[in-house]
Design a protein around this ligand. Sequence first.
Ligand code: ADE
Ligand code: ZN
Length: 354
Amino acid sequence: MNKSDAATTPVANISAATRQALLAMPKAELHLHIEGTLEPELALELARRNDVQLPWDSLDDLRSQYSFENLQSFLDLYYQLMAVLRTADDFCDLMLAYLARASADGVRHAEIFFDPQVHLDNGLDFDTVVDGLLEGLRLGGERYGISGGLILSIVRDKPIESAQHVIDLAERRAHDLLGIGLDSAEVGYPPSLFEECFSRARAMGLHCVAHAGEEGPADYVEQALDLLHAERIDHGVHAIDSDEITARLAYDRIALTMCPLSNRRLQVISDLRDLPIRRFLDRGVAATVNSDDPAYFGGYIGANYQALAEIGFSLDELCGFAKNSISYSFADEERKHQLLSEFAEWKQNTAENV
Ligand code: ADE
Ligand code: ZN
C-alpha cells in the first residue's frame, strides 16, 4: 500500500445512519471554487460542445491525471481544464450541477469563489462569467432553496496588473458580488502584495477572505489579517505553527474554512489525522468544514464530514462545525436565524437515530 492509499483508508466504520445524518445535516459551504466542481464528464462534454481541444480524449485518460503531489500539480490541471468554459450557459450549467450535489449533501447556503483572471486570459468577458454564475445561483435558489453569493478570487501568481484589472471590472458589478478572496500558488505570493486590491474591494462593500497557511507560513495568516482585513481565513493549517497567531484567531473570532480531503489529496498533510482541526478547537478557534475543489479531491462536503467522523470526530463536534458554518457565513441575520432553526429541528429529529 502506498502513502496515498494509506491516507484514504477509513480507520473506523461509521454506521449508515450516521452517514445519512451527516448528509442531511443543514450546513453552509464557505470554501468552494466553482471551477473545482468541474467533473471530468462535464469537462469532456463542454470540450465537445465548444470545440476545445484537450490533450485527453477519454474519461479514463483524463481521470488518470487526478493524482497530485502538491498544490501546484493540482493547479496545473485545474487551470488547463478551465479552457472548456466558454459561454454564460456553461457557467450556469456548472453552477447548477454543483448546487444539485450540494443540496443532496445538506448545503443550505454557499459562498462560492470564482477565478475571473483565468477566464479573461481565455478570452471571455467578465460579464459573461458573472452573468452565467448568477443565473445558475438564481435557478439553483429556486430549485433547491440554497442561498449564497459569489466571491471574486484573485489569482495571486498572475501579474499584479491582472489583479488590479479585475478589481476595475468588479467596480461596476460590486452589487452582484459578496466578497473578494485570494487563491492559487501561495508560497512566494504573500498577502502584502494585494493590500491595495483588497482596500479597493473593501471600499466597494465587499467582504474580505484569503487563502493563507495552506502551503504558506503562519506569517501569511498574520498578513492576511493585518493588511487585507480578512474576515475568515481559508485553510489556515499552518497558523497552528504559531501560538501567537492561533491565539489571535481565537480572540478575534476569525473562523477557518478548513478542507480535509483537499489537504490530504494535495499532501498538505500526509494523513487526515494530522489535520490540526482539533488542536484549533481546543484553543478556541472556530473551524468549518468545506470541500474546496470536490471534483478533484474525491468528495463533496458530505464526504468531508464523513471523513472526519471516520477518524473519530463525534456527532457533537461535527454539529459544531456545521453551526459555525452558518454563524460565520456572510448571510444576513434573518437568514442565519432561519438556518440555525432548521439545524435545531434536524438535531431534534436526528439525535435518537444515530
Ligand atoms: N484554487 C483552487 N483551489 C485552490 C486551493 N486549494 N488553494 C489555492 N488556490 C486554489
Ligand atoms: Zn481553496
